[in-house]
Design a protein around this ligand. Structure first.
Ligand SMILES: [Zn+2]
Length: 508
C-alpha cells in the first residue's frame, strides 16, 4: 500500500473542488435523474466512474479466481417468503420518530445523536431511545411538538410481481447466494469450505439519505461467502500463511475508551488475546484487507472497527467493518466481515423444507449445516473513498493519484497538432496498438497540450504520450508521468514496456 503523510491536511479546503471534479470529469452524477431535480439516494456513474468500477471488479475477480472462488448471479427481486426466512422482514428495520402534526419523519438514532452528542446512542433499544426522547423533551424541529413512540420502518423496497404476489427488491446479495446452497454444494464438489461470491445491485429504502453517494438506495455489493464446518473455523489451513499479518483492529472495548486509531496487531496475537475468536474469521479479515490493498488506499486511512454486541445485525455472531477515513464523511465503512454462523442455512432449510445438513469432513460420517463467513464490500463506497483519498491539489493543478491498475485511462495519446494528417495517423496507430495489447488508452486531439494534460491529471491517468513532427522522422515520442510530471523521449517500441513497468525502469 502507498504510504503518504499529511493526508488529513491536504484535502480540507478543497472539498468543493473535489465534489465538482466528480461531476466535471464524469465519475459520479446525481442525485438522478438530475434533469427532473433528482431523487435522494440514487446516483449514476459517468464513463470515468464506470471505467474505475470495472477495473476494481476485474482486479477482485482475478484475485478470487486464484483463490478458488466461484461467481454466481441471482435475481434482484425475491418473493416475500425469502425475506421472512432470512429475518429481514422482521428485523431489517430502522427506528423512526414521526411528528403527529406535520408528519416529518426522522431516524431516531441519527436524530438523537445530533441532539445529544455526548450520549452513546449506538446499540440502544427502542425503549431506551424513547426514554431519552421523553427525559430530554426532544421535539419536532418543524413545529415544536413532542415526539412520542418510536416506530419500525422496514428498509426493504416492496413491489408486486405479476398479478399481485408480494416481493421485495433484495437488501443484500448474500441471501440470494445462500438460496443456491444445494446447487453449489454439488457443482463445487463438496470441497469445504465452499467459496462463492456475487456482485450486483441491492436496494435499501433509507428514510432520508443525506450522506450523498455513501447512502444510496440502489447500490452495488460485492459479497464473498465461505460455507464452512465448525471444525474448519477453528482449524483453518490457510490461516497459517497469513497469521503474522498486522491489521489495525479496534475492538468495541477500545471504542468505549474513545480510541479512534488502534495499533497494528498480528492476527495470531489477536486470536491469542481473544480479540478474534476463530482463525477462519481472522483469515476473512486478512482477505478483506488483501483485496483492498490492491487498489491503492493510503495505509494510514484504514482501520477495522468491531461492532458492539448491540450494534450487530440480527444474523451476526461477530462483525467488523473495514473503514476508510474521509474528509467529507469521517470514517466510512467500505466492507463488513460477518460471522453469520449457521443462522441463514438453518432458517432457509426450515422455511423451504429442505435438508441442508451435509457431510463436510471426508473422515467422518457426521452431517451438519454449514456455518457462513461473509466479506461484504460496498463497491460505490470503495469508489468514493478511493477517489477522495487519492485527490491532491498541487499548486496550480489537480492530481488524482490513482494506481495504474484502477485508473480509468492507463495512458492518453495526444497528437501535437490535429490538422497534420501524418501525425494524427501515427497517434491513432499507437492508440489502437495499445488497445490491442489490452491497455486502456484514451485518444484526445482537442485543445492545447497543457489543457489535455490537466484533463488527464484530473482523471488520474498515469501516462500521457505526445506525438509530434520529430516522431515522423525518428519514431520517438514524448512520454509524461503524472506524479513527477517528468517528460522523457522514448522510442515507440518502448511504450508498452514503460506503461507496464513504470517510467523508472527506463531511467535506470
Ligand atoms: Zn412537526
Amino acid at each position: 500500500m502507498k504510504k503518504r503523510k499529511n493526508f488529513i491536511m491536504k484535502i480540507e479546503d478543497n472539498i468543493e473542488t473535489f465534489n465538482s471534479l466528480l461531476k466535471r470529469q464524469g465519475f459520479i452524477w446525481g442525485p438522478s435523474p438530475e434533469i427532473y431535480g433528482g431523487l435522494a439516494g440514487f446516483y449514476s456513474y459517468g464513463p470515468a466512474g464506470m471505467a474505475l468500477k470495472n477495473n476494481i471488479l476485474f482486479l477482485f475477480r482475478k484475485e478470487l479466481r486464484a483463490l478458488g472462488f466461484g461467481e454466481v448471479e441471482c435475481p434482484t427481486v425475491m418473493p416475500e417468503i425469502v425475506w421472512e426466512a432470512s429475518g429481514h422482514l422482521e428485523r431489517f428495520i430502522d427506528p423512526v420518530i414521526k411528528c403527529k402534526k406535520c408528519e416529518s419523519i426522522f431516524r431516531a438514532d441519527k436524530f438523537l445523536k445530533e441532539k445529544l452528542p455526548n450520549t452513546m446512542i449506538d446499540g440502544l433499544s427502542f425503549e431506551e431511545m424513547e426514554y431519552l426522547i421523553k427525559s430530554n423533551s426532544i421535539k419536532c424541529p418543524e413545529c415544536d411538538l413532542e415526539f412520542e413512540n418510536i416506530e419500525d420502518y422496514n428498509l426493504m423496497l416492496k413491489t408486486k410481481v405479476g398479478s399481485g404476489n408480494t416481493a421485495y427488491l433484495r437488501p443484500e446479495t448474500a441471501t440470494t447466494t445462500y438460496l443456491l446452497f444445494n446447487r453449489l454444494d454439488q457443482v463445487l464438489r463438496r470441497q469445504y469450505p465452499l467459496k462463492v461470491f456475487q456482485f450486483g445491485k441491492a436496494f435499501r429504502n433509507e428514510i432520508s439519505p443525506r450522506q450523498g453517494v455513501l447512502r444510496m438506495r440502489s447500490f452495488d455489493q460485492f459479497e464473498l461467502q465461505f460455507f464452512i464446518s465448525k471444525e474448519q473455523e477453528f482449524n483453518f489451513e490457510e490461516f497459517d500463511s497469513v497469521k503474522h499479518t498486522k491489521l489495525p483492529l479496534l475492538d468495541w472495548k477500545l471504542q468505549n475508551k474513545n480510541i479512534e486509531i488502534p495499533n497494528q496487531i498480528d492476527l495470531e496475537n489477536a486470536i491469542n488475546e481473544k480479540i478474534l475468536k476463530k482463525p477462519a474469521y481472522a483469515y476473512c479479515l486478512y482477505l478483506s484487507y488483501y483485496l483492498v490493498s490492491k487498489l491503492g488506499f493510503p495505509e494510514e486511512v484504514l482501520r477495522y472497527r468491531q461492532h458492539s454486541p448491540n450494534e450487530r445485525a440480527h444474523y451476526a455472531d461477530d462483525a467488523w467493518d473495514l473503514e476508510i477515513y474521509t474528509q467529507q464523511f469521517g470514517w466510512v465503512e467500505i466492507c463488513g466481515i460477518h460471522d453469520r454462523t449457521d443462522y441463514d442455512l438453518k432458517r432457509h432449510g426450515k422455511f423451504s423444507n429442505q435438508n441442508f445438513e451435509v457431510r463436510m469432513n471426508i473422515d467422518s460420517n457426521e452431517k451438519e449445516v454449514p456455518q457462513i463467513l461473509e466479506i461484504a464490500y460496498g463497491i460505490d463506497r470503495i469508489i468514493y473513498t478511493l477517489l477522495e483519498t487519492n485527490f491532491n491539489v498541487e499548486k496550480d493543478r489537480i492530481n488524482l493519484k490513482l494506481s495504474d491498475n484502477v485508473a480509468p485511462n492507463q495512458v492518453a495519446i495526444f497528437p501535437l497538432v490535429k490538422n497534420k494528417e501524418k501525425i494524427r495517423l501515427l497517434a491513432k496507430k499507437i492508440h489502437n496498438d495499445l488497445l490491442q495489447e489490452l491497455i486502456y488508452s484514451y485518444y484526445d486531439e482537442s485543445g492545447s497540450i497543457g489543457k489535455r494534460y490537466r484533463r488527464q491529471d484530473e482523471l488520474g491517468t498515469p501516462y500521457c504520450i505526445t506525438i509530434d513532427y520529430d516522431s515522423l522522422e525518428d519514431n520517438t515520442v514524448t512520454i509524461r508521468e503524472r506524479d513527477s510530471m517528468k517528460q522523457i523521449r522514448i522510442n515507440i517500441s518502448e511504450i508498452l514496456l514503460i506503461i507496464k513497468n513504470g517510467i523508472q525502469k527506463k531511467k535506470e
